[in-house]
Design a protein around this ligand. Structure first.
Ligand SMILES: Cc1ncc(COP(=O)(O)O)c(C=O)c1O
Length: 377
């Protein structure tokens, strides 16, 4: 048999091993998706587009309407961009890959704040770039600028940030984003800003874009999508924008691969961006879940977690239980019937477990009760 791409062996499958459908009756704190239905008005728009016959190929970067809607949406975060510099992609994931393909060469190093969502590591390795995992503070999961600066080498080409963060739930302070931007300016790095959870914030400080700080706009690629805020994970709709020269490269990546996202989903994406009530209701629900979940975990011996500031994840330290995170996750499933993600699937996540509150309150109460009974016993 001919040989495979030599990068493939290095690439992991993220959380896949611990996301396998568990036996019936298991409480799943593992899945990173909201349990809400996509709002009907969005679904109806996609159905109408199919009925109207929007079945053919279309503009590769996305319709002018959806690109303009994204540019307008980003104004809310003081990100100023031109609709012509927006590309609509098959999910935020593909947008991240295009950013990496457009800006990096094999051997280039990219700083990740560890523990980082594992797909970043996989994508970088796929294209022959080198992920450098720089630990965040264990107290609050915020960046450690001293460690970030120490990790810079002549090969460092980019830094990837994600705030609100998966898996930590941290929302970085404006001064931290300013410091990261300044570091990127000093060492001439790209900034890949994965802002997919931008509106899911429960703390007093909000998502802030690096593009709003000096030197940021010309090196930031803003990458987001519809999956989390509008409960549209299966629709595979994302966006990317940045300086025109990079966006031309991104357009080449899309034209040479996916061509475009499904034609009949584009108007529905525009409808979603115009909604106010539904995302607000989702946010309120998440906020309530976060408060209750965190309070319940505080009552469980051996589990310690800072209160998440955003997204819908709690990253808990379980070292006091005497187990490592793989043993914890394995036994949690076998004994307590609760599925969680062990942190050591991500470099820098050893001794931690990630729990998602994409699930409903009833499951949160039940799962915590089971964990408490198991750990007290
Ligand atoms: C940090 C982060 N970025 C991107 C994605 C993927 O988004 P999409 O479904 O739009 O590809 C996820 C999904 O879990 C995520 O957690």
């Amino acid at each position: 048999m001919p040989s495979l791409n030599s990068n493939i062996g290095e690439v992991g499958r993220g959380f896949a091993a611990f996301l396998a459908p568990p036996p019936e009756g298991t409480v799943r704190f593992s899945v990173g998706q909201p349990n809400f239905r996509t709002p009907d008005v969005i679904v109806d728009c996609a159905k109408a587009a199919l009925d109207e016959g929007q079945h053919g190929y279309t503009r590769s970067q996305g319709s002018e309407k959806i690109c303009s809607a994204v540019a307008t949406h980003l104004e809310k975060y003081d990100i100023s961009t031109d609709a012509n510099d927006v590309v609509i992609t098959p999910g935020c994931k593909q947008a991240l890959l295009y950013a990496m393909m457009s800006c990096l060469n094999p051997g280039d190093e990219v700083l990740l704040l560890a523990p980082a969502w594992p797909s970043y590591d996989g994508m970088l390795k796929l294209i022959g770039a080198v992920p450098i995992h720089v630990p965040v503070s264990r107290d609050n999961y915020h960046p450690r600028m001293d460690l970030l600066e120490a990790a810079v080498t002549p090969k460092t080409k980019a830094i990837l940030i994600n705030s609100p963060n998966n898996p930590t739930g941290a929302v970085y302070f404006p001064e931290e984003i300013a410091a990261i931007t300044a570091l990127a300016v000093e060492y001439d790095m790209w900034i890949f800003d994965d802002m997919i959870y931008s509106d899911l914030v429960y703390s007093n400080h909000t998502y802030v874009s690096p593009a709003t700080f000096p030197g940021g706009i010309e090196r930031t690629l803003t990458i987001g999508g519809w999956s989390k805020i509008w409960a549209m994970t299966g629709w595979r709709l994302g966006w990317i924008t940045g300086p025109s020269a990079v966006m031309e490269a991104v357009k080449t990546c899309q034209a040479s691969s996916a061509s475009h996202v499904p034609t009949f989903l584009m108007d529905a994406g525009v409808v979603a961006l115009g909604l106010a009530e539904e995302p607000k209701k989702f946010l309120e629900d998440f906020s309530e879940r976060r408060d209750i979940f965190h309070a319940l975990l505080e009552e469980i011996p051996g589990i310690n977690a800072p209160k998440p500031e955003g997204a819908f994840y709690i990253l808990a330290d379980i070292t006091e239980t005497g187990m490592d995170d793989i043993e914890f996750a394995t036994k949690a499933l076998e004994i307590a019937n609760v599925q969680v993600i062990p942190g050591s699937l991500m470099p820098g996540g050893e001794g931690l477990i990630r729990m998602s509150y994409g699930t409903d309150l009833e499951q949160i109460y039940e799962g915590c009760k089971r964990l408490k009974t198991w750990l007290q016993g």
